[in-house]
Ligand binder design. Structure first.
Ligand SMILES: CC(C)(COP(=O)(O)OP(=O)(O)OC[C@H]1O[C@@H](n2cnc3c(N)ncnc32)[C@H](O)[C@@H]1OP(=O)(O)O)[C@@H](O)C(=O)NCCC(=O)NCCS
Length: 423
C-alpha cells in the first residue's frame, strides 16, 4: 500500500480475502498521530469474526448450516436436529440425538416466579418486549450462567434457553389474549408443544395437525441462523463482555424487535392488503418502478438471486393452506412475483423474493397477530445465536467489542459554572 500523503509504501498481508485492520495502524504521517483506520458504519465491508457456522453465497442463492444446504435440512431434518448441528458442528448419532431431545424437552418449564412477573406486564404489552425481558431475567434464576469458561455450564444454559424460549414466547402471546398460560406438555415434540402452549383451551391434549407442525418446524429451520446479521452481531457484541448468555440473547431479541430486521413480513401483509385485488397490481407495480415505494419482500442486502429460503417457504404455504384454507392474499402475492420476475426493472436490479415475502401469509394462516411474527423468528434464531455465542467465547482471537470513532465534536472549551452562565 502506498500512502500518498507521505509517499511511503507498506506491505500488508492479505489472508482470507481480508487485511487485518490493526495492520493499518503502522501507516502514519507522523509518530505522534494515531495510525490509519477504516470507517465502516454498519460493518458493510468489515469481517468481525471467523465463523464455521453458516455459509452464504448471495449471488448464487446458497445458504448452508455447517456445510449442509438449507434445502436438504428443511426437507429431511427437523428443528431440534438442526439446532444440535448448529451448536455442536456436526450431526448427532442416534444416542446423541435422543439425549439432546430428552434434555431440551425436560427443560421446557420455567420457574413459577417467571410466570408471576410475566403476569405483571400491561395487558397490551408487545410480546417481543415480554420475550426480551423474560429471557434476560433468566440470568437471575441461573446465576451460575455467568461462569462461561466452564463447558458443562455453557451446555446447560444452551439447553435451557432453546427449551424455554417457546414457553416464554407462548406465554407472551397468551398474555396479550387475556388467556391462561399453558404449561408445557412434555409428551409432545418441540414444535407441537409450542402450538399447544399457544392454542390449547379446555381440551385434555392439544394436538395440532401434523402438516401445521411440520410447516412451523420448517420455518424455524429456515430462521435458525444467517451469519453476522444485526441480532447475531448484537449477541456477539454483548457476549464479548463475557456476560452470561441470557443477557447476550436478550440483546439479540432486542435487535430483532426493530423493523429493519424482523419486521418486513408484516410490511408485506400490509402491502398485499392495500393492493387488495388483482386489477390494482399493474398500477402498484408502476408506482414501485417510478420509485414511489418498494415492493416489500423483494430484494436483500446479501442475496442477489432467489433467496433459497423463499423457495422452501412457498412450498410450506401450500401445505399450510391445505389445512387452513387459502389466504386470499396469496393470489396477489403470486401474481406480483410472476410480474416482478419477468419485469426488466426487477431483473436488472437482481430483486428476487426474500424469506419475508411468503412467511407473513403463513403466520397469518396460523392466526398469529403480526406482533407475534418476530417472536417466532426469535425462537427459530435461538440455536443460531447460541452457536455463534459459543464460537465467540472459545475464539482466542476475539476481544471485547469496542469500535473506534471519528470524533467530530468541540475540543478544549473552558467550563463556566452554571451560576455564572445563568447570571
Ligand atoms: C432489503 C433491502 C433493504 C436491501 O437493500 P440494498 O441492498 O441496500 O439495496 P438498495 O437499496 O441499494 O437497492 C438497489 C436498487 O434496487 C431498488 N430496490 C431495492 N429493493 C427494492 C424493492 N423491494 N422494490 C423496488 N425497488 C427496490 C432500489 O431502489 C435501487 O434502485 P436504483 O439503483 O435505481 O436506485 C431492499 O431490497 C428493500 O428495501 N427491500 C424491501 C424490504 C424487505 O423486503 N426487507 C426484508 C429483507 S430480508
Amino acid at each position: 500500500m502506498r500512502d500518498n500523503r507521505t509517499g511511503r509504501e507498506y506491505e500488508i498481508p492479505i489472508g482470507d480475502g481480508t487485511i487485518k485492520a490493526a495492520d493499518l495502524a503502522q501507516i502514519k504521517t507522523s509518530d505522534d498521530e494515531p495510525g490509519l483506520a477504516t470507517y465502516d458504519p454498519g460493518f458493510v465491508n468489515t469481517a468481525s469474526c471467523k465463523s464455521a457456522v453458516t455459509f452464504i453465497d448471495g449471488d448464487k442463492g446458497i445458504l448452508e448450516y455447517r456445510g449442509y444446504p438449507i434445502e436438504q435440512l428443511a426437507e429431511k431434518s427437523n428443528f431440534l436436529e438442526v439446532a444440535y448441528l448448529l451448536i455442536h458442528g456436526e450431526l448427532p448419532s442416534k444416542q446423541q440425538y435422543d439425549a439432546w431431545v430428552h434434555e431440551i424437552t425436560y427443560h421446557t418449564f420455567v420457574h413459577e416466579n417467571v410466570r408471576t412477573f410475566m403476569e405483571g406486564f400491561r395487558y397490551d404489552a408487545h410480546p417481543m418486549g415480554m420475550l426480551m425481558a423474560s429471557v434476560g431475567a433468566l440470568s437471575t434464576f441461573y446465576p451460575e450462567s455467568g461462569n462461561i469458561a466452564d463447558p458443562d455450564n455453557r451446555h446447560m444454559q444452551i439447553v435451557r434457553m432453546i427449551a424455554k424460549m417457546p414457553t416464554l414466547g407462548a406465554w407472551a402471546f397468551r398474555h396479550a389474549q387475556g388467556k391462561p398460560y399453558i404449561y408445557p406438555d412434555n409428551e409432545l415434540g418441540y414444535t407441537a408443544n409450542f402450538l399447544s402452549m399457544l392454542f390449547k383451551m379446555s381440551e385434555q391434549r392439544f394436538e395440532a395437525d401434523e402438516r401445521l407442525v411440520k410447516a412451523l418446524d420448517v420455518l424455524f429451520i429456515l430462521h435458525a441462523d444467517h451469519e453476522q446479521n444485526c441480532s447475531t452481531n448484537a449477541v456477539r457484541s454483548v457476549g464479548s463482555s463475557q456476560v452470561d448468555p441470557y443477557s447476550a440473547v436478550a440483546a439479540g431479541v432486542g435487535a430483532l424487535y426493530g423493523p429493519l430486521h424482523g419486521g418486513a413480513n408484516e410490511a408485506v401483509l400490509r402491502m398485499l392488503r392495500r393492493i387488495g385485488s388483482m386489477e390494482n397490481i399493474p398500477a402498484f407495480i408502476e408506482g414501485v418502478k417510478a420509485g414511489n415505494e418498494r415492493l416489500m419482500g423483494f430484494g436483500h442486502r446479501v442475496y442477489k438471486n432467489y433467496d433459497p429460503r423463499a423457495k422452501i417457504i412457498k412450498k410450506a404455504c401450500d401445505d399450510v393452506f391445505e389445512v387452513t384454507g387459502v389466504n386470499p392474499l396469496l393470489k396477489i402475492a403470486q401474481e406480483l412475483e410472476k410480474i416482478a420476475l419477468e419485469d426488466e426493472y426487477f431483473v436488472k436490479r437482481k430483486l428476487y423474493p426474500n424469506v419475508d415475502f411468503y412467511s407473513g401469509l403463513i403466520y397469518e394462516a396460523f392466526q398469529f397477530p403480526p406482533e407475534m411474527f418476530t417472536v417466532l423468528f426469535a425462537i427459530g434464531r435461538t440455536p443460531g445465536w447460541l452457536a455463534q455465542w459459543l464460537e465467540l467465547v472459545q475464539d482466542k482471537e476475539q476481544k471485547i467489542a469496542r469500535p473506534k470513532q471519528i470524533y467530530t465534536g468541540a475540543r478544549t472549551l473552558d467550563f463556566t459554572p452554571a451560576a455564572q452562565r445563568w447570571a
